[in-house]
Design a protein around this ligand. Sequence first.
Ligand SMILES: [Zn+2]
Length: 185
Amino acid sequence: MAMLNEILEYNKTFVEKKKYEKYQTTKFPNKKMVILTCMDTRLLELLPKAMNFSNGDVKTVKNAGALIMHPFGSIMRSILVAVYELQATEVLVIGHHDCGMSSLKSGAMIEHMKERGVNQETLDTLNYSGIDINNWLHGFENVTESVKHSVELIKKHPLMPADVNVHGLVINPETGKLDLVVNGY
Ligand SMILES: [Zn+2]
């Protein structure tokens, strides 16, 4: 609560002092790119700085692990919107080393859920309904393989136009160094 108040307080000055002016741009990405990356806090500023992206340059889609869970889920839909409606001609999948989703133990997370009040009956009901929570929470073993897999999925998606280039990279969350995994040209 205290943090929210702090944000709202800061926001008042931000708007009053017109600090937004230097960020003004359009909804179309200047660099005609859409990137899919991880929600990791270390990448919040580091990734755009390391890639020379400023406000307005790229569309960004983020989630835990930069993973596409379903070919017709919200991540894929966002990428398609960027391509068809926002003039993106390139897609970049950017995983990172030391990702929380590469070490996530779904069993441990389910234990945490129980500690926070989710009861076993609920988990059983989900299980009987065909929802495999363990599998759903599972991340990946190897970031390079995971990025390759996502690139393939995007590239071969039945609704993705063939002229869109899909690249794969892995970023170091400490130094910002990029390793090329898939060159989509
Ligand atoms: Zn991550």
